[in-house]
Design a protein around this ligand. Structure first.
Ligand SMILES: [Zn+2]
Length: 256
């Protein structure tokens, strides 16, 4: 319709009318593009808001679970240290505590147990990280992702600790028992416990060295893997709280 009219004006050499028609076409195209852009931006904002709220929920749930795990790991580190002091004869003779025996028996287990953040995984998988406008927040997200990546690489590169119960069965014995666990499919779960023989530990050549190596590796794991993850996790939560205006009581926990 507009095009036919324009041709008519060109034929009649009515240049002012041609210019007006042309202006209408240009404006129409421009308005169409603007409307499309505006619509995309509106969808991005909605997606961003939903993502931030979901991520905050996951970080909050993850934080309390993660802090408990962190506290447990630090307790293991402490128990390992005091057990080694006892083994080396630096402290007055006594028996090993349950915690010390568990720490020695499980001194080969390095698990970070990082919190699951499915909303972030989904955003990255869909290549939608660009919808986050706040630079500090985008940076905190990138930092956490980077830490998780290097963490996996470092964990793979770390020397393997000694499974003391395998190498020194006379000193450390594994005892597995079944306990009720209503949340499991069959209603039970297997828990591992250790029994320690302090005299056998002292008598076994190499036991002290092997335990010391595990202790050193565990220390490095806490410092190089757990601590950077913990810091990046807390930082992201803090920046997100600022963005959303959320306030929390923050427990003053120990960091490794
Ligand atoms: Zn929060």
């Amino acid at each position: 319709m507009l095009l036919r009219r324009m041709f008519k004006h060109v034929k009649g050499q009515n240049w002012l009318a041609v210019a007006i028609d042309f202006g209408i076409v240009v404006f129409g195209v421009f308005a169409g593009i603007q409307l499309g852009n505006w619509n995309t931006a509106r969808q991005d904002r909605a997606e961003e808001a939903a993502f931030l709220s979901e991520l905050h929920g996951e970080l909050s749930t993850g934080a309390s679970v993660y802090r408990d795990k962190l506290a447990a790991r630090l307790a293991v580190q402490e128990a390992m240290g005091s057990a080694l002091e006892l083994l080396s004869g630096e402290t007055p003779p006594r028996t090993l505590t349950d915690e010390e025996c568990m720490a020695i028996g499980g001194s080969f287990i390095f698990s970070l147990g990082n919190a699951a953040l499915p909303s972030l995984d989904r955003l990255q998988a869909n290549n939608r990280v660009g919808i986050i406008r706040d630079e500090e927040l985008a940076e905190a997200i990138a930092r956490l992702s980077q830490v998780l990546k290097t963490m996996r690489e470092r964990t793979d590169l770390l020397p393997k600790p000694v499974v003391l119960s395998d190498r020194y069965p006379e000193a450390v014995q594994v005892i597995a028992y079944i306990r009720p666990a209503p949340e499991q499919v069959d209603g039970t779960e297997v828990t591992v416990h250790y029994a320690c023989d302090l005299e056998a530990m002292r008598a076994a050549p190499g036991f002290f060295s092997a335990t010391s190596i595990n202790f050193d590796l565990y220390d490095g794991f806490l410092r190089d893997v757990v601590q950077p993850y913990s810091a990046a996790f807390e930082k992201l939560h803090e920046v997100l709280d600022q963005e959303l205006g959320t306030e929390h009581e923050r427990p003053a926990g120990r960091t490794p």
